[in-house]
Design a protein around this ligand. Structure first.
Ligand SMILES: NC(=O)c1ccc[n+]([C@@H]2O[C@H](COP(=O)([O-])OP(=O)(O)OC[C@H]3O[C@@H](n4cnc5c(N)ncnc54)[C@H](OP(=O)(O)O)[C@@H]3O)[C@@H](O)[C@H]2O)c1
Length: 261
């Protein structure tokens, strides 16, 4: 029986992928901060899931992940789906630090840990979610987009490191556009991919050991355009997109739970 860990398994694509992996016969370690959601998943399939309540922005997260691998009896697939972010441009440093602590610090902690483990055992696959939002800067959510750019760049770099050592370790970057969310608070989204279709494409991309997976043709096309569009055009485009709701920084409290809270 193959084993997987999904970090960020309590909602969205991480949860949906964890369920798909369980259906496909994997034993899955499911990780997130909301214990009740993890327990619900275990109740739905006690044979398949092992829960771990964990905040990846915490220093001691690695010890708990090691214990989870031991309980699973090994690790073939590590999925890093956890992220923290929402449209926020009020330049409040505390919020920016919250975003960085999960999406940069927590992300690198999970990725480094997983790749070292795979290098030691000589095999494994890392799957990590970035975003098309990481391809350019955005005034709608500057910190989230910058963190996603970091993730994309980091994955590209560590792939080169791992390839030098071991050809049978795969790194698959999932690069979504907009995907249906169970608890969506964002009204400015468009071309939203249904969760089940996205999950199917992600699973297929993992199965084929793809390097980068887009979840639909139109988002792949948008990514291509974003890589070409000159800075001046992008700024004009974003000014249009930010009107009227996002033109001014919003000082409203976060609709999303920050790490550790
Ligand atoms: N949905 C989209 O439209 C979209 C678009 C582009 C990219 N993405 C990326 O795709 C991935 C999945 O997004 P999603 O929208 O499907 O997921 P989501 O519903 O936003 O769920 C995020 C998951 O991350 C977990 N999480 C957040 N902070 C954590 C922390 N500090 N420690 C441990 N777990 C943490 C959450 O669990 P707890 O709250 O229980 O901790 C939850 O399970 C993310 O990386 C996201 O940036 C999504």
């Amino acid at each position: 029986m193959k084993s997987a860990i999904v970090v960020g398994a309590t909602s969205g694509m991480g949860q949906s992928l964890a369920m798909k992996l369980a259906q496909e016969g994997y034993r899955v370690g499911i990780v997130g901060r909301r214990t009740e959601r993890l327990n619900e998943m275990v109740r739905s399939n006690p044979e398949a899931f092992i829960p771990l309540t964990l905040d990846i922005s915490r220093e001691d997260a690695i010890r708990s992940l090691n214990t989870l691998v031991r309980d699973l009896g090994g690790l073939d697939l590590l999925v890093m789906a956890a992220a923290y972010g929402f449209p926020y441009n009020a330049l409040d440093h505390d919020v920016t630090v919250d975003i960085i602590s999960t999406n940069v610090r927590g992300f690198t902690m999970v990725v480094d840990w997983g790749l070292k483990l795979f290098l030691e055992q000589g095999s494994g696959q890392l799957v990590s979610f970035s975003s098309i939002a990481g391809m350019r800067g955005s005034g709608v959510d500057p910190a989230y987009c910058a963190a996603k750019a970091f993730q994309m760049n980091y994955l590209e770099g560590v792939r080169q490191v791992v390839d030098q050592h071991q050809k049978s370790i795969y790194i698959t970057e999932i690069r979504p556009g907009f995907v249906e969310k169970n608890d969506s608070h964002v009204e400015t989204r468009f071309w939203i991919d249904p969760l089940d279709k996205a999950t199917q494409r992600i699973y297929q991309g993992i199965h084929e050991n793809r390097k980068v997976v887009y979840l639909s043709k139109r988002w792949a096309f948008i990514a291509f355009l974003l890589s070409l569009v000159p800075k001046l055009w992008l700024e004009k485009l974003m000014q249009g997109y930010m009107q009227p709701d996002h033109a001014k920084p919003t000082m409203e409290p976060s609709p999303v739970r920050p790490p550790g809270k």
